[in-house]
Write a protein that binds this ligand. Structure first.
Ligand SMILES: NC(=O)c1ccc[n+]([C@@H]2O[C@H](COP(=O)([O-])OP(=O)(O)OC[C@H]3O[C@@H](n4cnc5c(N)ncnc54)[C@H](OP(=O)(O)O)[C@@H]3O)[C@@H](O)[C@H]2O)c1
Length: 261
């Protein structure tokens, strides 16, 4: 695979850049609006750090935009002015249609279905890489690139990716927010969050073998209304902003619950 240019040195840019380099794919340049950020990543992956669009290398086989969703179209316009008409440009967003880059003749998406925080290592070989491109031969290029960095590569269209992203928001973002709520509740009583770690790990492990519906436990699925009311009373007494969320989630688990007196 010839050279790649990486635009964005945030969470995804950093992990993807390191993985490409580790798998023998040359990253020619790293762009960030802050040169120090570009340099930090570029040093690790033997790339050139740049912070000006006019410095872009114009002969890369692929330009990967690992930038915020809202910046994709703007960055696309900025680089289009610099690149030849046949440049191949992809973004890494789950939520953004590929057509955000339709100003290019060759465009697509290289979406890594995982949660990335810059300094937290991930097992890349297990990450589903979801690719699509507006031309079949480019889809093949992305598929091959994906196979170099992961064992799990899928061709996923815009609609499918958008739906995957909604599901991922529930499975990761909202679940993580619930961890944060648990953390706050325990902190108030000076109890350590680490007491919940085995429970959290087991919750994730269990659903690799069974459906989430089969694995649901707790007062809502059992219909233990007295317990639910005690929990709601505690949340009210402590002025918790999460009382209503608790009630709604319980009803979502078991709609027939009669919680209110
Ligand atoms: N994090 C995840 O778990 C995850 C997972 C899958 C996909 N994604 C997708 O990957 C993309 C990047 O996410 P991220 O988590 O890596 O975000 P991030 O850590 O916030 O990094 C975003 C990058 O976008 C750049 N940027 C923002 N506005 C820009 C602009 N107007 N012009 C040029 N650069 C701009 C920032 O550059 P500066 O350094 O110059 O500010 C930064 O490098 C997003 O589309 C996201 O949806 C994220």
């Amino acid at each position: 695979m010839p050279e790649v240019v990486l635009i964005g040195a945030g969470n995804v840019g950093t992990h993807l850049g390191r993985r490409l380099h580790d798998c023998g794919i040359a990253v020619r340049q790293v762009f960030s609006r802050r040169i120090s950020k570009a340099e930090r990543l570029a040093r690790q992956i033997e790339a050139q750090a740049i912070d000006q669009w006019h410095e872009l290398y114009t002969e890369a086989a692929l330009y990967i935009l690992a930038v915020s969703d809202d910046a994709i179209a703007e960055v696309g316009r900025n680089i289009q002015a610099q690149l030849p008409a046949e440049a191949f440009v992809v973004h890494t967003s789950g939520a953004t249609p590929s057509t955000a880059l339709q100003g290019f003749r060759r465009y697509g998406v290289f979406y890594l279905l995982q949660t990335f925080s810059r300094e937290k290592a991930v097992d890349f070989s297990a990450i589903p890489v979801c690719v699509s491109a507006n031309q079949p031969k480019d889809e093949l290029i992305l598929e091959k690139l994906g196979q170099k960095i992961s064992d799990r590569v899928f061709i996923i269209n815009d609609h499918e990716r958008a739906v995957l992203h909604i599901a991922a928001v529930f499975a990761n973002n909202f679940v993580n927010h619930c961890f944060q709520i648990s953390h706050q509740i325990l902190e108030r009583e000076q109890l350590p969050f680490e007491l919940l770690q085995p429970l959290i790990q087991e919750t994730a492990r269990k659903i690799t073998a069974q459906t989430p519906a089969d694995m649901q436990t707790g007062p809502a699925v059992r219909g233990d209304v007295a317990t639910i009311r005690r929990h709601l009373d505690y949340l009210e007494a402590t002025n918790s902003p999460y009382r209503e969320l608790y009630r709604q989630l319980s009803k979502s688990i078991r709609p027939s619950l009669k919680i209110e007196d």
